[in-house]
Design a protein around this ligand. Structure first.
Ligand SMILES: *[C@@H]1O[C@H](CO)[C@@H](O)[C@H](O)[C@H]1NC(C)=O
Ligand SMILES: *[C@@H]1O[C@H](CO)[C@@H](O)[C@H](O)[C@H]1NC(C)=O
Ligand SMILES: *[C@@H]1O[C@H](CO)[C@@H](O)[C@H](O)[C@H]1NC(C)=O
Ligand SMILES: *[C@@H]1O[C@H](CO)[C@@H](O)[C@H](O)[C@H]1NC(C)=O
Ligand SMILES: *[C@@H]1O[C@H](CO)[C@@H](O)[C@H](O)[C@H]1NC(C)=O
Ligand SMILES: *[C@@H]1O[C@H](CO)[C@@H](O)[C@H](O)[C@H]1NC(C)=O
Ligand SMILES: *[C@@H]1O[C@H](CO)[C@@H](O)[C@H](O)[C@H]1NC(C)=O
Length: 765
């Protein structure tokens, strides 16, 4: 049952195309404007084909990776051309990192008009970055780091309205940062570090409301840091934004340039900042007091500048969150706030001649008691020291006092730390700050692939083994709310490569802790059945966010299909029976094969694929949630009309209460009525029972079914199905059949494509 789907079957389109090619080779030869090829069907457009030829021509390929770009282009989109991915015969991705490529990148890349992702990092490609990238409106990710690109970044890049990530770090780029890069309102990550870029930082870049990561470190930038950091909101588009509120700069690295002037006042307005690195510039003025309000700040490096004044006491507010702090080699003065001095070593403060109180070798001249007030100017501090001299005895006592005090504090800190770390083990917030690395999860026996969540932190676990997206891809996906429920919100997310997934964000407060959650998710992630919606991956965010990644079902829910359709779009009996049988089959598998009670089966949780085959969603979700959450879900199910009567007392779902819900769904299919839409204060089962009792049975059925169109019900099919459904919604749980029996009877009522066919579906999963 946990059989992994064969790799090729994951790309039915590819199979189709291969078949096409095998069956109709002459078609391919006859191609005129388009070259027929395997792949997603089809054809690589002439323009894309020529564009790729030109790119190959201009690159130097010492290891022959591009040898597969050989023939007439027939195979260009089939997967046979290294690093090429197409959609509908257009190249959408070029992915050739670490291939030893040199030469230049042809301007004719501009012909690949559908290109979304260009990844050539870690090669030795030289020459300018093509201006024609600006012709690519769909370009989302450009990864050119660790190459030998030179000259200026083309201003045309600002035309790439879809651009989300541009990383040309560690090249030989010169010229200025083009202000137009900020024209792309989706740009989240800009990394131009380790180049020779000069000039000012454009205020447009600082004020970009979409940027999350800005790394301009190790360049030759000069002038003031623009005082233009904006706190305004970006358009609500990405999953990340949907989750974290708004885009805001989280990572700012301007270190090792020649920037001067003050730290801009607008900088502390970026309330989500986690990393601020301004080291190795010529920044002067004082450290803004307001930096102390950056509650998420983990790294603050201001070392190697010309800062003056004191370290504001407000920074001691950050002591617990700060993991790295460095103000060494400036011209700071006064007393280091005690909590900072305790947490960070002398090398964080050294090289400030007038700074004191951070190490034994830099004692403050003033008496430790009363502690020098933070507002005392260095002159005052020095002044008091001059006025009063200690006797050697007093001095010795003070030293002893300090040492003992420090020891006690140290012991206390150790204790606290031990306490916290043991407590934290099961708690949230253990997000890692590591960069994207992948490793196989040894445990669990599955092919789960774990990936740390990119720069944002967090952890992505692919339950099907490697999947096409990374945590960053997921968070950068454009998102649209599909629905909300007690457990959380469901988004339709479009990944960078254009693929669609459903993402369910569980409400943190009612979700189990990390450890339990992961254990349960691993179990749910192994469940595969053609009538159950598979859980593909989950993501744990650094702040405890929990996302489930599921297949997106193009036809939406049964509820919408049945009750939300346009007039004159009848649903025939065959389709309704397929849905009833599939739902029963999925439920029977849940109960019998994996011993899971659904607990919240409704027509909104039955999703329909392209062929209106049902897939049950949200099964086992209750295992990820706290008991309190589950009882409120039961209450909601009651209001919707799917809850078995005994649940109002028992509050514990069972296989029998699931069968009740299944019965309600079958009644929905028969009557075309939503269960909550009650007439005369009766719920759907009661209403149906009352009519049947008065022997107007035919009145209950959806009128469409009575018209006897093709694929209509034959003989007693309707009445037999109605009897079965009423049996399922019997008030007495013991009378209700089990799901397997419901399935058996449905198949008896209308034999049809069933087991063999569903086995076929497994293969197509
Ligand atoms: C093209 O390259 C592929 C892979 O290197 C090779 O299998 C195929 O035979 C080549 N085709 C031609 C026509 O050279
Ligand atoms: C960027 O936008 C500004 C106005 O917002 C416009 O003047 C400029 O031409 C644009 N640049 C590019 C390269 O699109
Ligand atoms: C920027 O690029 C450099 C060098 O490639 C890398 O070390 C750094 O982590 C990158 N920064 C961001 C924010 O991606
Ligand atoms: C900072 O340096 C600039 C010259 O680089 C100077 O004009 C300015 O007055 C300095 N500001 C402070 C506060 O020292
Ligand atoms: C720092 O914390 C103190 C209280 O501990 C508070 O009064 C002050 O406003 C905080 N400073 C900033 C800049 O947030
Ligand atoms: C440090 O600041 C003092 C005044 O506070 C000034 O006299 C001195 O020149 C400065 N030193 C450097 C290296 O900037
Ligand atoms: C602080 O920065 C200086 C360089 O200015 C470096 O030598 C020192 O190791 C850094 N200290 C810490 C704790 O990072």
């Amino acid at each position: 049952m946990l059989r992994p789907a064969p790799a090729a079957a994951k790309h039915p389109a590819m199979l189709r195309a291969l078949l096409l090619l095998l069956l109709f080779p002459p078609l391919a030869a006859a191609a005129h404007h388009h070259l027929h090829a395997a792949g997603d069907g089809v054809v690589i457009s002439q323009a894309d084909y020529q564009g790729l030829q030109a790119i190959k021509h201009d690159l130097f390929d010492p290891y022959g990776f591009l040898r597969s770009w050989n023939d007439t282009g027939l195979a260009a989109c089939s997967g046979a051309w290294a690093g090429i991915k197409c959609v509908q015969g257009n190249v959408v991705a070029i992915t050739l990192p670490w291939r030893g490529l040199a030469g230049r990148l042809s301007e004719r890349i501009g012909q690949l008009t559908q290109l979304r992702r260009l990844s050539l990092h870690d090669n030795a490609v030289a020459g300018p970055i093509p201006t024609s990238l600006g012709f690519l409106p769909d370009l989302r990710g450009v990864y050119l780091f660790n190459n030998r690109f030179s000259a200026a970044i083309p201003a045309s890049i600002g035309n790439c309205v879809a651009l989300q990530s541009f990383d040309a770090s560690n090249n030989l780029l010169t010229g200025a940062v083009p202000p137009s890069v900020a024209n792309s309102t989706r740009l989240m990550r800009l990394n131009l570090s380790h180049n020779s870029i000069s000039g000012d930082i454009p205020p447009e870049v600082a004020s970009s409301p979409s940027l999350v990561f800005l790394d301009l470190s190790h360049n030759k930038l000069s002038g003031h840091i623009p005082d233009a950091f904006a706190g305004s909101k970006a358009p609500s588009t990405s999953l990340k934004e949907a989750i974290t509120g708004s885009y805001r700069l989280v990572f700012l690295d301007l270190s090792h340039n020649s920037l001067d002037g003050p730290i801009p006042d607008s900088l502390p307005g970026l309330s989500k900042l986690q990393v601020v690195d301004l080291a190795g510039n010529k920044i002067n003025g004082t450290i803004p007091e307001k930096l102390g309000s950056l509650a998420d700040l983990k790294t603050l490096d201001l070392s190697g500048n010309a800062l003056t004044g004191e370290i504001p006491t407000s920074l001691s507010n950050l002591t617990t969150t700060l993991q790295a702090f460095n103000v060494s080699n400036n011209n700071l003065s006064g007393v280091v706030p005690a909590s900072l001095a305790q947490k960070f070593g002398p090398s964080s403060f050294a090289g400030n001649i007038q700074l004191c109180g951070y190490s034994a070798s830099a004692p403050c001249p003033a008496a430790p008691s009363p502690a020098p007030s933070a507002t005392a100017s260095p002159a005052q501090v020095v002044g008091t020291a001059r006025r009063r001299r200690f006797s050697p005895k007093e001095f010795a006592l003070i030293i002893v006092g300090i040492v003992v005090g420090a020891l006690i504090l140290l012991a206390f800190c150790c204790l606290l730390l031990c306490f916290l770390t043991t407590k934290k083990g099961s708690g949230a917030g253990s997000g890692k700050q590591t960069t994207t690395t992948t490793k196989k999860a040894g445990d669990g026996g599955g092919a789960a692939e774990v990936e740390s969540g990119g720069e944002v932190g967090g952890k992505l676990v692919h339950l099907d083994g490697p999947m096409a997206f990374t945590a960053d891809d997921l968070l950068c996906a454009t998102a649209e709310i599909m629905g909300k429920s007690t457990y959380g919100t469901v988004y339709k997310a479009t990944l960078e490569d254009g693929s669609l997934v459903a993402v369910k964000r569980l409400r943190e407060k009612i979700t189990k802790g990390h450890k339990d959650f992961e254990a349960e998710a691993a179990v749910l992630g192994k469940i595969r059945h053609p009538n159950l919606l598979p859980l593909r991956a989950y993501y744990l965010g650094p702040k405890g966010e929990k996302l489930l990644v599921l297949d997106l079902m193009p036809n939406g829910s049964l509820s919408a299909f049945l009750h939300g359709r346009a007039p004159n779009t009848p649903i025939n009996w065959e389709t309704r029976m397929t849905i009833a049988k599939g739902t029963a089959r999925g439920l029977a598998f849940l109960h019998d094969d994996v011993s899971i009670v659904h607990g919240n089966l409704t027509s909104s949780n039955v999703l329909l694929d392209d062929n209106t085959n049902p897939k049950i969603a949200d099964f086992g979700l209750s295992r990820l949630m706290t008991p309190a959450a589950n009882s409120s879900v039961l209450a909601a199910a009651g209001a919707l009309g799917y809850r078995a009567p005994e649940l109002s007392k028992l509050k514990k779902a069972s296989a029998k209460t699931d069968v009740y819900s299944l019965g309600v769904i079958i009644l929905e299919l028969l009557t075309g009525k939503p269960p909550a839409d009650t007439t005369d204060g009766m719920d759907l089962p009661q209403w149906v029972a009352s009519i049947v009792k008065e022997e107007w049975t035919s009145e209950v059925f959806d009128l469409e079914l009575m018209r006897g169109a093709d694929a209509g019900p034959a003989g007693d099919e309707l009445v037999d199905t109605l009897k079965l459904a009423l049996h399922c919604v019997d008030p007495s749980p013991s009378v209700r059949p089990d799901a397997r029996e419901v399935l058996r009877q449905l198949e008896q009522i209308r034999p049809g494509p069933s087991e063999e066919d569903s086995a076929g579906h497994v293969a197509n999963e």
